[in-house]
Ligand binder design. Structure first.
Ligand code: PLP
Length: 375
């Protein structure tokens, strides 16, 4: 019976179980050496992760949100500056801009990619603009060549929010290597997830890397000598050990996500009432989320009907950042960024994780066809 089947929206336990003994052995080394804060496991992970991202340096920190904050500081963004970004993201992208005293200046997204539209960026630049902060949303790389050209032309920093896109490529190079800094989250459900909080910033600029290493450790330039306002943003050793093991499996996991995405695209092609995400090809998407747009049926009706059939779904994200109460002082109203608002009112994330069985994707697609036909 359809009602007995339960397909979770995400499942991190399976991967964690399969790597448990390897991760526990790596953690044991940290415990045996009492290297709980930074230390060799974190240093090794930093080297491996920089290498993986085609970047020269990686600085490990304690969350993706802090990664964004330290990257903004390292790029010289501060009080009174403006940063061009997207209203369609997890809230942290804009938090970080606010944390450094700057103002998020939103630009609408492209209807096909859901990502900051490069064509609208130049019109938003003012004398106060210091940086552009695109988000590789859902795992899809933003149009970095066009954004890089705009940033260079106007002498702006380019910071990538790559929290959802570990391993995605643009023009053959991985995200995190295109901007002045690339910011990653290792929240457990991300494509590369820690067993706790974690984040990292990648950069090709040695001076910025050194600056962020100091910032994360109370801005110490030598013991007990603090050169500016610092932070306790260090990655802990147990997370470094976990991530070092999991990084080796990232490509294989991303391939698992890509094959589920291809199956969705294949089985849902031509179904009326649902808009599927396009695949840029060349590993330009690592499918952190498979978010579709439900065109006619009310979103909650669709989700409830799917739930009744045993399929869990998510929404990423229901409220555009410019309409969040926390950003009310910016004075935006509904209608300010219509493309993002429209997508965010109708988007639904389907089950997506590396070990999602083919038979489950097949079942989800069958149920979608059933619900949309009934609706
Ligand atoms: C796009 C985006 N930016 C930033 C973050 C913040 O990362 P963290 O939760 O590790 O602080 C996340 C993750 O939640 C994210 O999805």
């Amino acid at each position: 019976m359809a009602e007995e089947r339960r397909i979770p929206f995400a499942n991190i336990s399976e991967e964690n179980e399969s790597l448990r003994s390897e991760i526990e052995a790596a953690m044991k080394a940290v415990i045996d050496g009492s290297k709980f804060i930074l230390g060799p496991a974190v240093e090794e992970f930093e080297k491996d992760f920089a290498n993986y991202c085609d970047a020269k340096h990686a600085v490990a920190v304690n969350s993706g949100t802090t990664a964004l904050q330290l990257a903004l500081i390292a790029c010289g963004v501060g009080e009174g500056d403006e940063v061009i970004t997207t209203p369609h993201s997890w809230i942290s992208t804009s938090w970080a801009i606010r944390y450094v005293g700057a103002k998020p200046v939103f630009v609408d997204v492209n209807a096909d990619t859901c990502i900051l539209s490069p064509d609208l960026v130049e019109a938003a630049i003012t004398p106060k603009t210091k940086a552009i902060l695109p988000v590789h949303l859902y795992g899809r790389a933003a149009d970095m060549p066009q954004l890089r050209a705009i940033a260079d032309k106007h002498k702006l920093a380019l910071i990538e929010d790559a929290a959802q896109a570990h391993g995605a490529r643009r023009d053959g190079r991985r995200v995190g290597s295109h901007g002045d800094c690339g910011c990653f989250s290792f929240y457990p459900a991300k494509n590369l997830g820690a067993w706790g909080e974690g984040g990292a910033i990648t950069t090709n600029d040695a001076a910025k890397a050194d600056h962020m290493r100091r910032l994360r450790d109370h801005a110490q330039d030598g013991r007990h000598h603090h050169t500016e306002l610092g932070f306790n943003a260090r990655m802990d050793g147990l997370q470094g050990a976990t991530l070092g093991v999991k990084l080796k499996h990232l490509d294989q996991n991303n391939a698992g996500r890509a094959s589920a995405a291809a199956q969705y695209a294949n089985e849902l092609a031509g179904v009326a009432g649902i808009k599927l995400p396009s695949d840029p090809g060349d590993a330009g998407h690592v499918w952190h989320l498979y978010s579709v747009v439900i065109e006619d049926l009310d979103r909650e009706e669709f989700r409830n009907a799917m739930k009744k059939r045993g399929v869990d779904t998510g929404v990423h994200y229901p409220t555009p950042i410019h309409l969040q109460p926390a950003f009310a002082d910016l004075g935006h109203e509904r209608g300010s960024f219509p493309v993002a608002e429209d997508i965010m009112a109708r988007c639904v994330s389907l089950p997506m994780f590396p070990g999602l069985p083919e038979s489950d994707v097949n079942y989800v697609c069958e149920m979608i066809r059933d619900v949309l036909k009934a609706g």
